[in-house]
Design a protein around this ligand. Structure first.
Ligand code: FES
Ligand SMILES: [Fe+2]
Length: 329
């Protein structure tokens, strides 16, 4: 693929689509994503589903469909689709033809976010969070989210830009950060960093944690970044939805393994603080990258090894143009 096509076709990955509480039971919503629109609905049991926007029968826009006890009912000839896009019934007709079914995306709803896998079948599992003992049991904080006028990659490659940590974040980074492509979908970074207490929030961070911190970043599918610090119990997730080529929505939250009721109060407080500090940490980035147009020609290996690694990894991420064309257009 040439660079133009690389930007046109989104890598297969788990993407955050919206917040869980943006779609209520029996509700249908059109969401701008992947330079197109997709339809999300929540059935009467509370299960969220994402299906192709246009009905496979005659192309009615399913944004105008309604949720019934069976599923999503097309307003035109009343075909009903379950959460997997399977046609369950049609008006006054018992036999369901093979071409009556539609496409759906795999959904995982976690941490107050609805995630979808952009691809036919997930090629990799929903990423694991190393600080969670059991991936199904967690306590998470609120989700901070922002709309940005920049491609979704901007905030992600920013995580690998160790050069800027000194320039705008008052962090001193160790000499030898390690960047590693661990498999087709995963890029990691490991480095140590110390906080210089220059701002109010960094003074708070300095009070909580004065040591040199060992940071590990795991970026899945180019858009799903898990951050852990060696000495803390929480995972921080920063993840990004491509709305269009130059617009994105980012989500940030923190999670950890649940503890007992009394300790739980302290845990909730800690997770909230962790997200608030994460947001404070990102504020200067957000201001700067909000209208950024990512550029690779000026990268300099000696200063920008992480960003170079990110783009090399991102360029090679598996994409599925056939799936994308059939699902979105
Ligand atoms: S267009 Fe949807 S059922 Fe006919
Ligand atoms: Fe940053």
């Amino acid at each position: 693929m040439n660079r133009e096509e690389l930007f046109e076709y989104f890598p297969e990955s788990w993407y955050p689509l919206c917040l869980s509480d943006e779609i209520g039971k029996n509700e249908v919503k059109t969401i701008k994503a992947f330079s197109s629109e997709i339809v999300c609905y929540r059935n009467q049991d509370g299960k969220a589903a994402i299906i192709k926007q246009y009905c496979p029968h005659m192309g009615t826009n399913l944004s105008n469909a309604k949720v019934t006890s069976k599923g999503l009912e097309c307003p035109f000839h009343l075909r009903t689709f379950d959460t997997h896009g399977k046609c369950l019934g049609m008006y006054q007709h018992d036999k369901i033809p093979a071409n009556a079914h539609t496409q759906s995306l795999s959904v995982v709803e976690k941490f107050g976010i609805i995630f979808v896998y952009f691809g036919n079948e997930p090629k990799f599992e929903f990423p694991k969070f190393s600080r969670l003992e059991n991936q199904e049991e967690y306590r998470s904080s609120f989700v901070a989210n922002y709309n940005l006028n920049t491609p979704y990659q901007s905030l992600l490659f920013n995580g690998f830009d160790t050069h800027h940590l000194g320039c705008i974040h008052s962090r001193v980074v160790s000499d030898n950060p390690i960047f590693k492509v661990e498999n087709d979908y995963l890029l990691t970074a490991e480095y140590s960093m110390k906080v210089l207490p220059n701002t109010f929030y960094d003074k708070i961070v300095g009070l909580i944690n004065t040591k040199e911190n060992h940071v590990r970043l795991e970026c899945w599918g180019g858009n799903f970044l898990i951050i852990t610090l060696k000495d803390t119990k929480d995972n921080i997730l920063i993840t990004s939805l491509p709305i269009s080529r130059n617009k994105s929505r980012i989500f940030l939250t923190s999670m950890s393994t649940p503890v007992g009721a009394i300790k739980g109060l302290f845990q909730s407080f800690r997770l909230k603080i962790s997200t608030i500090l994460g947001v404070e940490f990102l504020k200067p980035d957000i201001r700067i990258i909000n209208d950024m147009k990512p550029e690779i020609r000026g990268l300099y290996n000696e200063l920008d090894p992480g960003v170079v690694s990110f783009w090399q990894y991102w360029d090679k991420l598996p994409r599925n143009p056939d799936f994308q064309k059939s699902f979105l257009f």
